[in-house]
Design a protein around this ligand. Structure first.
Ligand SMILES: O=P(O)(O)OC[C@H]1O[C@H](O)[C@H](O)[C@@H](O)[C@@H]1O
Ligand SMILES: [Fe+2]
Length: 206
């Protein structure tokens, strides 16, 4: 093992980015096809937003080694597709026993978590909330506020992201929607299919 130099990055809360990041990736509404329940509403929002960035990630990745850590910032604009609040694609870590932490910088978000067996948890995140995503939880962030949601995160550098696990189940078990009173509610996703028991066991054995 060779020594690595210390790093320094600065969280720019207004811009919602990490100054000194080594990577940036952006998502537009077109990249999120098939994630929202209301296809007509999705098409309308897609036409309205065009190639506007709906969320972006800037991160600092020293290496992909197991003992290293990726630190970064995610920024998501506010909005709804029909009654459903804007969300990230969501994933389980490709090495599923890797955790993650999220720290709220600004805005109002929900971390939506699902176990491989289909249990759901919601964690509300505001400024200075520190959310721990334990190993094995599928996770997605949702902006339930009226301003950009900005969060700092950190996770082991060899975690990886598996997006298929959500797609294959027809989405996550819950959707985060407007409750009609200015707040949010978790409701059932009608298209959700529970994973077979042997698949759940195979994931949990890794
Ligand atoms: O990867 P997505 O599900 O699109 O979520 C966007 C990003 O969310 C978080 O900030 C994670 O730490 C990133 O690694 C992830 O890529
Ligand atoms: Fe993650």
């Amino acid at each position: 093992m060779s020594m690595r130099e210390p790093g320094l990055c600065v969280v720019d809360i207004e811009k919602g980015e990490l100054r000194g990041a080594t990577n940036r990736y952006t998502k537009t509404m077109a990249d999120l096809a098939g994630l929202y329940e209301d296809e007509a509403a999705y098409q309308a929002v897609l036409a309205e937003l065009g190639d506007k960035v709906v969320y972006e990630v800037t991160d600092y990745k020293p290496s992909a080694d197991a003992g290293d850590m990726i630190i970064g910032v995610t920024r998501m604009i506010p909005g709804k597709v029909g009654r459903e609040y804007f969300l990230t694609r969501g994933h389980i870590h490709a090495n599923p026993n890797r955790p993650e932490m999220y720290y709220g910088e600004s805005g109002h978000g929900i971390m939506l978590l699902e176990s491989p067996a289909g249990e759901i948890r919601t964690v509300e995140i505001g400024p200075r909330s520190l959310c721990y995503v334990p190993p094995y939880w599928i996770h997605r962030s949702v902006n339930v506020g009226t301003t950009d949601l900005v969060m700092t995160f950190a996770y082991p550098a060899d975690s990886g992201q598996d997006y298929d696990i959500i797609a294959k189940a027809g989405g996550m078990r819950s959707r985060i929607v407007d409750d009609g009173k200015g707040g949010w509610a978790a409701v059932d996703n009608d298209g959700y299919q529970f994973r077979p028991k042997d698949l759940v066991e195979a994931i949990m054995a890794r």
